[in-house]
Ligand binder design. Structure first.
Ligand code: FES
Length: 103
């Protein structure tokens, strides 16, 4: 099973195991990671699941779609919606940090 390292806004890093196909957002919510609200449940309307992706991983992700681009516009570099990052062998070991501000 793939794993993801998630750092919360207080700087606490934890490694979580994920199901294949599960979104990083789902992993964070399931494990009650602080600071990630995911109010829309992954339908790309809330923008409250933002993470910054470690530079070593950012370019390995598929590019964001139109909805995601509109929600991360103006955010710090390497920001993505965690509901749009799917866990798989390709993302096994990915490292993300919950955004300091979700709004
Ligand atoms: Fe709402 Fe990701 S959970 S945009």
């Amino acid at each position: 099973m793939p794993s993801v390292t998630i750092t919360d806004p207080d700087g606490v890093s934890q490694v979580f195991t994920a199901e294949d196909g599960e979104a990083v957002m789902q992993v964070a919510v399931r494990n009650k990671v602080e600071g990630l609200y995911a109010e829309c449940g992954g339908s790309q309307t809330c923008g409250t699941c933002k993470v910054t992706v470690d530079p070593d991983w950012f370019d390995r992700l598929p590019p964001p779609g139109e909805n995601e681009v509109s929600l991360i516009d103006g955010c710090p570099p390497n920001t993505r919606l965690s509901c749009q990052i799917r866990m798989s062998a390709a993302t096994d070991g990915i490292v993300v940090r919950v955004a300091d501000s979700q709004y």
